[in-house]
Design a protein. Structure first.
Lengths: 413, 429
């Protein structure tokens, strides 16, 4: 039976070769989409290290000469810094808020984003710690709800920043280089000759920009004074509203100039961090949906193609099917034969695909950041999906073949 | 006429297969055209970016330490540096210097409630690079820019929101608690035209901008260039690259170097996805990926249609034999089969094109995101309108894809069917 099937497939090689090419392309693309999809979403369920709910960010505005609100002679760095600190103090006293802080690049999608390395000052070590810079005033800890990896409380973490020490997070890269980040607690570090020296105060849980972002070290530098204020919009303010107090506070914030303005410094309209996060991940999420749509489209196209091709084939083979039935083939045998033909074509396509992708496995591993077992798993998933597609698309033609009445089909013979 | 009738009967006879072929083709054209048109939105030429193919943007400066690979920064460009990089380039008609990033300001009429508005700070040449349509007033000029007059150009919808009417040139508003005079009102700009979109445009005077403190390299400026007709962006890029090299040798005295990332950018560079300010836009890679996607989206349905056509023609061997016996030439057989297939492809193509236009107008944000100077959900949720999506160019692209699909799927089966020997074909019956 199987041999007969192979002979039949060979005799129709001209048509089958194109079906094999189609199955090869569809399986390969589904495999590739699977790998890409996995690569983009594998971090999704890992903790992001902070809570973005109830946080609002605010940009700073400067009132200049000519405005009816302008208060003269206080347009200097020191004046602006004092005024901003005064505003932060007022916000921190507000009963609707859990905390307010000023920061530079600490929250996702901030204007200033950057990374740096830090190295030990007193001991020479070829391995440096790499991380994303998150500068902020000590209240940043309660604002972002940063967590200590050594069991310290929020107040203790804030106290560390207040005395001018820094916080760093656990880091997979640092660990992979054979170092323990806990050993850095209490050591003096800097970014290189001529840069400021800080003491590492504690280790915190790593903070990622969003659910899709890779894990990277986090370095929280203390910002005891809001330096750089009004210099290229780098300093921003954020506050965390207590659960359920959003509406009340936002109304008060809009109506009470005391909360928004101190001499020549004022706060612009607040923006929810949940919105900023959504803007941040929008491109990734539309990309993922696009991959899903491509996969769906290819399966539907394959379904239409196989249904169409086998529909005509079965109509042509009515006589042959009738003869088989006369010779004792059951309805199930006929059904299996039609489905079997599709499966053999898929096996040929899968073998060809393996012959193409596995010699190039190093390229795929480097390009898509996956491992060999992951490649294998996604190959199996792609083949299984296409096999399922074949069963669905051949079901209708196969059902028609099962129903062929031998006497009716052979009457013309 | 008989010919069309025959095609009609053939389609009715194999009703299911007709639907399978038409829906397969429609799905293919829908997807290909959705991708093609979404990509073209990034480069579509419409006011105020009617000269989009001639507009380039010089943004961001990437400075790295020669000794410490970890020390590097990217930021907006210092006013002096931006002039050295983009001023007086051969082949450039106009240079506009603008503030590198847009700001959101509280805007209100004195004594009224304020609302947030996206603002760009631009110079007088901005109005020459981009062809805004003024519905009231005028743009500001060089003298006003140099005098740093507190004038502002606002859009039609901003004028309506502030004053309830559009002809408001000469009226006063407050931006960030500071009084400004509205000097002109322009037509609204689609947020999808990311380089010119804003709700109000203030004066930016490069000459009074001191840049960032403590550095001669960074600042708040970027440049927009309008190339002369027929000038290639590549030529301009070569000149800027050379200027980067010269400036980099100046930076070497401070132990730093400037990294060139393919500036100034074309609309195609900007469409290549967000690449960060310290990376070169992956324009060629992006275009290659697009071509691979188009190829797969056309190839898979073409193979399907080809297999189906081939199977269908085997069913019609006897009919082809009779035609040949009655004197039909091979070319007649090929033409008829090709024509039949073309009709199916064309019907499917029209349905697919219509669906892709509807999809882009109503739901494009489900699959695509467009870049803008401003980040806001309102902008990200903006879908293109019919003017942006439909053009005759897009129609002809769809027609071309139908033809390619038809050639790929029908040529071989039609040619093979024409080879049928009448005697053999008829004897098998």
């Amino acid at each position: 039976m199987k041999r007969n099937l192979l002979t039949q497939i060979r005799s129709e090689w001209r048509e089958n070769i194109w079906l094999v090419v189609e199955l090869l392309v569809v399986t390969a693309v589904i495999w590739l989409i699977g790998i890409l999809f996995y690569g983009k979403t594998k971090n999704y369920f890992k903790p992001i290290g902070y809570d973005y709910n109830n946080i609002y960010t605010v940009e700073l505005g400067k009132i200049v000469a000519g405005s009816r609100y302008y208060e003269g002679d206080i347009n200097d760095w020191e004046g602006w810094q004092t005024d901003l600190q005064e505003l932060i103090e007022r916000l921190n006293k507000n009963p609707h808020l859990e905390g307010a802080a000023y920061y530079e690049g600490a929250l996702p999608n901030s204007n200033l984003q950057g990374g740096t390395h830090i190295e030990k000052v007193d001991v020479e070590d070829s391995v440096t710690y790499l991380g994303r810079i998150r500068n902020g005033s000590p209240e940043l800890v309660r604002l972002m709800q940063l967590e200590s990896a050594t069991g310290k409380t929020t107040e203790q973490l804030e106290e560390i920043l207040r005395r001018g020490d820094m916080l760093i997070s656990e880091s997979e890269d640092y660990k992979a280089a054979g170092r323990n980040v806990m050993d850095l607690i209490g050591t003096r570090v800097y970014r290189g000759e001529g840069t400021g020296i800080y003491k590492v105060g504690d280790v915190i849980r790593g903070v990622r920009d969003n659910e899709y972002a890779d894990e990277w070290g986090t370095i929280v530098f203390p910002m005891l004074k809001p330096r750089g204020i009004f210099n290229s919009n780098s300093v921003q303010v954020a506050f965390r509203v207590r659960d359920g107090h959003d509406k009340e506070f936002l109304k008060e914030f809009e109506e009470n100039p005391e909360l928004r303005r101190q001499r020549n410094v004022y706060l612009l309209a607040p923006k929810a961090l949940t919105d900023i996060r959504e803007e941040d991940v929008r491109e990734t999420e539309t990309g993922l949906r696009m991959l899903g749509c491509l996969m769906f489209f290819l399966l539907v196209t394959m379904f239409l193609g196989l249904t169409g091709t086998f529909w005509f084939r079965i109509r042509q083979r009515v006589g042959e099917i009738a003869l088989r039935k006369v010779c004792g083939a059951t309805r199930a045998d006929i059904f299996r034969r039609v489905i079997g033909e599709g499966m053999i074509l898929l096996l040929i396509a899968a073998a060809l695909m393996s012959a193409i992708i596995w010699p190039m496995s190093d390229y795929f591993i480097n390009t898509f950041n996956c491992t060999r077992p992951e490649m294998l798993v996604f190959e199996a998933i792609a083949i299984a999906l296409v096999a399922l597609g074949i069963v669905v698309s051949l079901w209708y033609p196969a059902r028609n073949a099962m129903r062929v009445e031998p006497a009716y089909a052979l009457k013309s013979e | 006429m008989n010919y069309l009738k025959q095609i009609y009967y053939e389609m009715r006879h194999h009703r299911m297969m007709t639907w399978v072929s038409i829906s397969g083709t429609a799905l293919a054209i829908f997807l290909v055209m959705t991708f093609v048109m979404a990509e073209r939105i990034n480069t579509v030429e419409m006011a105020p970016e009617s000269n989009r193919s001639r507009i380039m943007s010089g943004t961001n400066l990437h400075l790295e330490s020669n000794t410490n690979a970890f020390l590097g920064s990217t930021w907006g460009i210092n006013p002096d540096v931006v002039k050295k990089l983009y001023g007086n380039l051969d082949g450039v008609e106009v240079v506009s210097y603008i503030k590198a990033w847009g700001d959101v300001h509280d805007v209100n009429v004195k004594g009224e409630e304020s609302f947030a508005c996206e603002a760009l700070d631009v110079d007088e040449n901005f109005w020459k690079v981009y062809d805004f349509r003024f519905i009231d007033g005028r743009p500001f000029d060089e003298a006003e820019r140099k005098a740093e007059v507190k004038s502002v150009v606002i859009t039609r919808s901003t004028a309506r929101k502030l004053f309830g009417e559009e002809k408001v040139a000469g009226r006063e508003i407050e931006i960030g608690m500071y009084p400004y005079t509205v000097i002109g009102v322009v037509e609204d700009v689609s947020p999808l035209l990311g380089n010119s979109y804003a709700k109000l445009y203030r004066i930016y005077n490069i000459e009074s901008d001191k840049g960032q403190e403590n550095t001669q390299w960074f600042g708040n400026t970027s440049a927009r260039l309008l190339l002369k007709e027929g000038k290639s962006p590549k030529e301009v890029k070569h000149q800027v690259e050379e200027r980067y090299r010269q400036l980099s040798s100046e930076a070497a005295k401070e132990g730093m170097r400037l990294i060139y990332h393919g500036q100034p950018y074309t609309a195609e560079d900007n469409a290549a996805g967000s690449h960060g300010s310290n990376n070169t836009p992956p324009t060629e890679r992006h275009q290659r990926i697009q071509w691979v996607i188009y190829a797969i989206l056309i190839l898979v349905p073409a193979i399907n249609l080809s297999s189906m056509t081939r199977s269908r023609l085997r069913h019609r061997v006897a009919e082809i034999g009779v035609r040949r016996a009655f004197g039909a030439k091979r070319v007649d057989i090929i033409t008829q089969l090709f024509g039949e297939n073309l009709i199916i492809t064309f019907i499917g193509g029209c349905i697919g094109l219509g669906l892709s236009i509807l999809f882009l107008i109503y739901a494009s944000t489900f699959l695509f995101s467009y870049s803008s100077i401003f980040d806001s959900l309102e902008i990200l949720d903006t879908t293109p309108d019919l003017k942006m999506v439909f053009s005759w160019g897009n129609f002809f692209i769809a027609l071309g894809i139908c033809l390619v699909l038809n050639i790929l799927s029908a040529t071989v089966p039609a040619w093979r069917a024409s080879l049928v020997d009448p005697a053999t074909a008829l004897s098998s019956r």
